[in-house]
Design a protein around this ligand. Structure first.
Ligand code: 5AD
Ligand code: SF4
Length: 434
């Protein structure tokens, strides 16, 4: 029997889909297959913005025909959208052919849910409010060698006013440092070369005996072996010199900080409930760069938050200049039912929002290109992670997350390769092996 998993959203979801695949394997779905050939199809959904939901709705709806033709096909839908208030009901009404609906806290039960569905005609629905345990005992089918994702925290307590994550992922929970260390150690021994620690807010990590994030990072980076260490996502309100000191101390930790700022105006930051100011953010970046001059910073930005004026938006533009980001993910504000911001007055029209994001993207792209161009003639070490058939080139990322391409006669996936950069194209670098 074969399986197919469709993933929407962030790295947390990508990693959870690896766990879903692990569960399906245990249940006898031994091979991954294209959608049409699978005996079970699982959608792992996202609800962070409306368009993520629309994609899932469209793709689930498109399965009606296949479900009718193929006897015994099981369709399961899980993840953030299912956990959202009222969405499971809506999904069931719109798509009665769904066999299993499971929430974000129900992943460890998926095996039981599949068994249950096989024994009954009726759909199986399981959505619980809260899960306290942090160990799930699932062996993921890892799909991103030489990179491996490792959860350190689950959930979020920050309640940024625009964000639905705290509602669908629940209260923050940290794994025990001992469990995290054991997992990373095993991955390094298996040959993984890059470990990415995952959490909605990694800085809030609190392990047994009060271990904080900087201490956890220090312990992981002190493990033996040839590997790189990344982490995401950090929250500016928790920025600490202790973290900077640990980043500076270990060569294994990538000199890259993803630090979502969201907006450049203090009134908007306050309405977003972000709990820092533009000035504080810039001061922290100055500390970071004083200690680690070649550290690069990337960010997330939202435009057209309710009541945002043109002048306030321009402060986001000027912050992009001042902060000297290497790149940024940019989003139009999307109201999420149940969040504070969704109830605010002063929605910005679609036309204005589109105009703002277009201007922001062109500024961000110009900055990224400018930074990339500086790499020509320099040496960059990348971790080779894939082969691009179209380009006929191997590719990998440098410690800042920039993509580098090169030609090689033999397979280099999983190796650290030093390139002499000959050309920069947008965010990508091209080079020859040294
Ligand atoms: N609308 C637009 N962007 C959002 N993000 C989170 N919630 C929303 C929303 N309602 C963005 C933030 C966050 C990233 C993961 O998604 O920038 O950092
Ligand atoms: Fe959402 Fe804010 Fe939590 Fe990030 S820190 S998941 S933006 S509530």
């Amino acid at each position: 029997m074969k399986y197919h998993v469709v993933t929407y959203g962030c790295q947390m979801n990508l990693h959870e889909s690896e766990k879903i695949a692990g569960i399906l394997k245990e249940e006898g779905y031994l091979e991954e297959a294209p959608l049409e050939d699978a005996d079970i199809i699982v959608f792992n959904t996202c609800c962070i913005r409306e368009n993520a939901e629309n994609h899932a709705f469209g793709n689930i709806g498109a399965l009606k025909q296949l479900k009718r033709q193929k006897k015994g096909l099981i369709i399961a839908v899980g993840g953030c959208m299912v956990q959202e208030e009222g969405k499971a009901k809506l999904l069931k009404e719109k798509f009665p052919f769904i066999d299993i609906l499971f929430g974000t806290h129900n992943l460890p039960e998926l095996k039981t849910l599949v068994q249950k569905k096989k024994a009954q005609k009726k759909a199986v629905i399981s959505i619980i409010e809260e899960r306290k345990e942090t160990e799930d005992g699932i062996t993921p089918v890892r799909t991103s060698y030489p990179n491996a994702w490792v959860n350190i925290t689950y959930g979020c307590n920050n309640f940024c006013s625009y964000c639905i994550v705290p509602y669908v992922r629940g209260r923050e929970r940290s794994r025990r440092a001992e469990d995290v260390l054991r997992e990373v150690q095993a991955l390094v021994e298996e040959g993984y070369k890059e470990i990415t620690l995952l959490g909605q807010n990694v800085d809030s990590y609190r392990g047994e005996n009060g271990t904080n994030f900087a201490q956890l990072l220090d312990m992981i980076a002190s493990l033996e072996g040839n590997f790189r260490l990344r982490f995401m996502t950090s929250h500016p309100k928790d920025f600490s010199e202790e973290l900077v000191a640990v980043m500076k101390k270990h060569k294994k930790i990538c000199k890259h900080l993803h630090l979502p700022v969201q907006a450049g105006n203090n009134r908007i930051l306050k309405l977003m409930n972000r709990r820092y100011t533009r000035e504080k953010y810039l001061e922290d970046l100055a500390i970071l760069r004083r200690e680690i001059p070649d550290c690069e910073v990337t960010t997330d930005l939202i435009v057209a938050f309710p009541t945002e004026t043109e002048e306030e938006f321009q402060e986001t533009l000027s912050l992009v200049e001042a902060a000297d980001f290497s790149s940024a993910f940019t989003f139009i504000y999307s109201p999420r039912t149940g969040t504070k911001a969704a109830a605010m007055e002063g929605r910005i029209s679609e036309a204005v929002a589109k105009d703002r994001i277009t201007r922001l993207i062109s500024l961000v792209n110009a900055k990224t290109r400018e930074k990339s161009a500086k790499y020509v003639g320099k040496r960059v070490e990348i971790l080779c992670e894939d082969y691009d058939e179209k380009k006929g080139m191997y590719l990998g990322r440098d410690e800042y997350g920039r993509m580098g391409y090169f030609k090689s006669e033999k397979d280099r996936i999983g190796e650290f390769v030093t390139l002499n950069i000959t050309q920069a194209n947008g965010i990508s670098l091209y080079g020859e092996e040294v």
